[in-house]
Every structure is written in structure tokens, then in C-alpha cells.
Design a protein around this ligand. Structure first.
Ligand SMILES: Cc1cc2nc3c(=O)[nH]c(=O)nc-3n(C[C@H](O)[C@H](O)[C@H](O)COP(=O)(O)OP(=O)(O)OC[C@H]3O[C@@H](n4cnc5c(N)ncnc54)[C@H](O)[C@@H]3O)c2cc1C
Length: 415
């Protein structure tokens, strides 16, 4: 895997002003009234954005939810991601419906939770640019004035109707706080060790130290750690792609306009293009990410550190794009890394684990987990009652990985 990718694929449409204008339907209303006479006891494992959205929507439908997280809510990718959202960038692929429904749910959640104030939800214009370090700076009348580096070939690839952003850590924490306050979700810091299965049905989970928590249903939302559980690794593989990011606080934040930037970046020392992304936030901070590479995921999220040369490259990108983001002009508030949860076919895995009634999995969301978390959670909340109507989950089912050899390993693991 090369050292440069955090590419969102397929490429977004180029917008030619005013023409391919899009009208986005409102989110289908999500039934939040309790559907159960006897609330189902659900344990959600993993306090990233996927686990938190699932806990929120399941509890809103009346389940008695406990979320267990081994470190801290939003301590991993869900706290360190860009938080970029796009309505139609997954069109034509298997994520189309999930992404469209989720984009709309983000908008309605933001209205409900005052997202603009509590987690920096806002609509954005999104540009693609080519930046070559070897070329001189150009002030283009097509670009906002803070982009004063050698930027060429600007294209509008998202409008405020089709692209938006959240601060992912604040989003995840706001949602879990609301789930606790409004729907009685319990949050426990505990590490899942195993799921106990009796006669093909989930019965309980065991956490580190041997404590047993009874459950009618369990959701495994452990991001890139999913493969550490044999129950899942016997069916499919989730691997981690380590990606880097920095957060800058420019002295003159007011000059930074709400434009997300997707770059083809040519450094004068490296061959080939890098694909970093730059997201200004409403607070005036600017988030820059890129530089990814497949690496072993450490057991403890707190042990994840950025590689110095990748962090240095992101600083160099920021400075080349804008003089406002260079050393002396901006304070570096964070230098960090985290892991994208990836699957072998590039698609998320959402659904019931084959052979284990009541055990669900939601992982492998790759570079679109912040976007696709609300629809994932809302669809799983419906699946708990038999069938998801807001998104067809069939294509995301873990059973797509079931080869006869996997089935054999899964049987051994359940015996
Ligand atoms: C640099 C970068 C930028 C990104 N930008 C965007 C973006 O702009 N837009 C977008 O949509 N997506 C983006 N993503 C992708 C997004 O961040 C991920 O897809 C998403 O955060 C995955 O969420 P998750 O809940 O599956 O995993 P995680 O956030 O990794 O959460 C998993 C949680 O499970 C916990 N856990 C693991 N094992 C156990 C256990 N045994 N017991 C208890 N708890 C456990 C972990 O501690 C962790 O908190 C980006 C990712 C990166 C790396």
C-alpha cells in the first residue's frame, strides 16, 4: 500500500455552476417511539461513531442499551477524522443508498441537536485543486484569497447543498450524551473479551476481568479492532489503514472561508501525487489529513502515534496551500494518527453474524464512517425488529464472506 492515500472513491461529480443542481429530499422519518412491550436488552460494543449511532437509534426505539467501550468514547478514528459529508459522491456504487439516507439523517440530527452550535455542523463548498510545490504562487480570482499558494485547475466538486461537515468527536459525544439523557443508555468503560452463544443464540458478553453481562442482542462495532474477535475473524477480515492528520489554529482564522479542499499534491522531492484533504472548521481551526499506510493495529487506541515524516509532510502541504497555515502564522493544535477500518471487498459489514441469532456486526466503514454512521445505526435499530426499511442491508451482510472453509472455522469457534 503506498504512503499517500485517503482517497474517497468514486470521484465526485464536477459541478458546473447552477446546471446539475440537486434537490435533496428530507430524511425519511425515523420511528423513535418504543416498539417493544418488553424492552430488549442490547449490549453495543465499541464507542466509536458507529457504536454510538447504533446505541442512539436502538434506544430511541425502546431497547435497554448498554454501550461498552474499552478506552473512551470517540477515542479513535471517530474522534480524529475529518468529518466531511457528501450526499451523492457514492452514487453508482453499493454505498449510494446508505450515503444518501445518512447525509439526510445528519441534517435532521443537526436540527434536533443544534448541531451547528454543539458539533460544528455546516454546509460547505468543496473544491479540487492541483498543487505543485515547484510552481510559483498564483492568486486566482476563482479561489478564496486564503488559498494563495501554487494552486491550479480549481474545480467545484461539491456545493453547500451536497457537501457538509461535522466535528466528528463532538458529534459522537453529543449523540451519546443525548442517548444517555433522553433514552437512558448506559455507558461502561470495559473491554469485551467474548460473546457467549447458547444453542445458536447470543446469551451474554464477558468483559475483561470475567464479568458477565446478559443480553438479548449484541452489536459488535469495534472498528479496526473487529478482527481481534475470533467470532468475526472466522467469517471476514477487517484490517487497519493508518492515516495521519494535523489541526492548525491560524492567527487570522476569520479569513478562512468554508471551502473543503481535495488536493492532487506534487512535492518537489517525491514522485507521484499525494491526495491530502483540508477542512476548515467553523471555529477557525483547519484540519489537514492524508498519508495512509496499512499497519498492525495496536491493542490500545492510546498507543497510536503519528509517524513524524507523515506529520511533517502534512505541515508542508498546509504551508504550500496557504501562507496563513505556515509556521509562525498558525499554531499546531494536534498531530495525530488513527486507523480506517477496511474490509477485503471495500464495503462495510452490517448485519447479523451467520449462525448466531441476535449477534450483529457493524464495521468496515473505511473513509466514510462519519457520513454513514447515522443510517447504519438507524437501519440496525430496525433490523433488531426483523427488517430494515430505510436502507436495504442485504448487500452488507457478513454472510457474503461465507465460504465453506469459513463456515467450518465458525462452527469450531461456536463449539
Ligand atoms: C484521517 C481520517 C480522516 C477521516 N475522515 C473522514 C471524513 O471526513 N468523513 C467520513 O465519513 N469518514 C472519515 N473517516 C473515516 C471514519 O473516521 C471511520 O470510518 C469511522 O470513524 C469508523 O468508526 P467506528 O466506530 O467503526 O470505529 P472507531 O472509531 O475506530 O471506534 C471503534 C471503537 O471500538 C472500541 N473497541 C475496540 N475493541 C473493543 C473491545 N474489545 N471492547 C470495547 N471497546 C472496543 C475502540 O476503543 C474504539 O473506540 C476518516 C478516517 C481517518 C483515519
Amino acid at each position: 500500500m503506498s504512503m499517500n492515500i485517503l482517497v474517497r472513491f468514486p470521484l465526485p461529480p464536477v459541478i458546473i455552476s447552477g446546471r446539475n443542481r440537486i434537490t435533496i429530499p428530507r430524511a425519511k422519518s425515523i420511528e423513535s417511539s418504543p416498539l417493544m412491550d418488553q424492552p430488549k436488552k442490547v449490549i453495543v460494543c465499541g464507542g466509536g461513531v458507529i457504536g454510538v449511532c447504533t446505541a442512539y437509534f436502538m434506544a430511541a426505539k425502546g431497547a435497554a442499551v448498554t454501550l461498552i467501550e474499552m478506552s473512551d468514547v470517540a477515542c479513535a478514528a471517530s474522534g480524529k477524522a475529518g468529518g466531511f459529508l457528501a450526499y451523492n459522491w457514492c452514487d453508482g456504487g453499493p454505498l449510494e443508498e446508505l450515503a444518501r439516507v445518512s447525509f439526510n439523517l445528519h441534517r435532521s440530527l443537526s436540527e434536533e441537536l443544534d448541531g451547528a452550535r454543539s458539533y460544528g455542523y455546516r454546509a460547505l463548498t468543496t473544491l479540487s485543486l492541483t498543487v505543485k510545490e515547484s510552481e510559483g504562487s498564483t492568486a486566482s480570482r476563482f479561489l478564496p484569497s486564503w488559498i494563495d499558494g501554487p494552486a491550479r485547475s480549481p474545480k467545484t466538486i461539491g456545493t453547500p447543498e451536497t457537501t457538509a461537515q461535522v466535528h466528528p468527536q463532538l458529534f459522537t459525544r453529543t449523540l451519546i450524551d443525548r442517548a444517555v439523557e433522553k433514552y437512558g443508555v448506559k455507558v461502561e468503560i470495559a473491554k469485551l473479551e467474548r460473546v457467549e452463544v447458547e444453542e445458536g443464540r447470543v446469551g451474554s458478553v464477558v468483559v475483561e476481568g470475567g464479568r458477565v453481562l446478559d443480553a438479548d442482542a449484541v452489536v459488535l462495532a469495534m472498528g479496526p479492532w473487529s478482527s481481534k474477535l475470533t467470532l468475526l475473524s472466522s467469517v471476514f477480515r477487517v484490517y487497519g489503514l493508518k492515516a495521519h492528520s494535523i489541526v492548525l489554529d491560524p492567527r487570522d482564522g476569520s479569513s478562512i472561508t468554508p471551502h473543503a479542499l481535495f488536493l492532487s499534491y506534487y512535492s518537489s522531492e517525491r514522485g507521484g501525487a499525494l491526495d491530502p484533504e483540508i477542512y476548515p472548521r467553523p471555529t477557525g481551526e483547519v484540519y489537514v489529513c492524508g498519508m495512509s499506510k496499512e499497519e498492525e493495529v495496536p491493542d490500545d487506541p492510546a498507543e497510536i502515534k503519528g509517524n513524524p515524516e507523515s506529520i511533517a509532510m502534512l505541515k508542508r502541504v498546509a504551508k504550500s496551500v496557504s501562507s496563513h497555515l505556515g509556521e509562525g502564522e498558525a499554531v499546531v493544535k494536534a498531530e495525530q494518527a488513527c486507523f480506517l477500518p477496511c474490509t477485503d471487498d471495500g464495503m462495510p459489514v452490517i448485519g447479523e453474524v451467520p449462525g448466531v441469532k441476535g449477534c450483529y456486526v457493524a464495521t468496515g466503514h473505511n473513509c466514510w464512517g462519519i457520513l454513514n454512521a447515522p443510517a447504519t445505526g438507524a437501519a440496525l435499530a430496525e433490523l433488531l425488529h426483523g427488517h430494515s426499511t430505510i436502507v436495504d442491508l442485504k448487500r452488507f451482510s457478513p454472510s457474503r464472506f461465507l465460504l465453506p472453509t469459513n463456515l467450518q472455522t465458525l462452527r469450531l469457534c461456536l463449539d
